[in-house]
Design a protein around this ligand. Structure first.
Ligand SMILES: [Zn+2]
Length: 249
């Protein structure tokens, strides 16, 4: 797999510096048990890689909780409330903007956390994943009072604050603007290497997040994850983290 050599080389630099890479996998938009979820769970189990599964509270039901009850590798987190868009074009889609009174948004988030707690109990990590990775930044300071101790979006814009650990994802493997095709593996690897280089330069403490969407993942996307898990295991330099570990860090 020469395609993966840049990642092998970067991981070797971490190993030579006696540093462990923290990676984590977030998968969004779960509602119910599906064959695609089974496929993700089998893959994660086979490689012992924990998954933060972002579940849409308003649209899920106990069936998913029953499916996940014995699946210790999968860690439920909160994906907004109903994944509804309240923005109007040309603005980008957003559930958690200030298009509605802030109390309406916050009370939905509180309901979402309560509903998933009811279904998943202690297995739920109180991390909010905003739909489309967008949330009005002024809402962040209100999240700890609702019971959220973590937030995860995409990129580097949002950062941690007292009571709220922000743990983002940085590599999005499915291209929603290209009919949900998996992005070119070489491009994804280059992006991951760049993030790891930045994290290394910054002292190595920031976990690098990979984002997937099992419901729209094709064979190519699952193959990318399988290869990534294999390469990272071979390197001996990578720890794949569960979301609760990231919030404690
Ligand atoms: Zn989503």
């Amino acid at each position: 797999m020469t395609l993966w050599q840049p990642l092998r080389d970067e991981l070797a630099r971490w190993r030579d510096a006696d540093r462990a890479v923290s990676l984590w996998l977030r998968d969004d938009d779960a509602i119910e048990p599906t064959p695609a979820l089974d496929r993700l769970a089998d893959l994660a189990c086979g490689h012992d890689v924990p998954v933060a599964l972002a579940i849409i509270p308003a649209r899920t039901a106990p069936a998913l909780a029953n499916r996940l009850a014995a699946e210790k590798i999968i860690h439920p987190v909160v994906h907004g409330w109903s994944h509804a868009n309240h923005a109007s074009p040309p603005e980008k889609k957003q559930e958690l903007g200030l298009h509605r009174p802030r109390d309406a948004v916050l009370s939905e988030l509180a309901r979402g956390l309560a509903r998933l707690r009811e279904f998943h109990g202690d297995r739920l990590t109180p991390m909010l994943v905003p739909p489309w990775n967008r949330i009005d930044p002024s809402l962040l300071d209100d999240l700890p009072a609702l019971g959220f101790t973590g937030l995860s979006a995409f990129g580097h814009k949002l950062t941690s604050r007292p009571g709220l650990a922000v743990v983002n994802t940085h590599i999005d493997i499915v291209d929603s603007r290209a009919g949900n095709r998996c992005r070119d593996h070489g491009t994804l690897i280059a992006g991951l290497v760049q993030e790891l280089q930045q994290a290394r330069a910054a002292g190595g403490r920031t976990p690098v997040g990979v984002l997937s969407h099992h419901l729209v993942s094709d064979d190519d996307a699952f193959r990318f994850l399988a290869d990534l898990f294999t390469i990272t295991a071979q390197s001996g330099a990578v720890s794949w983290r569960a979301p609760a570990e990231l919030l404690r860090a």
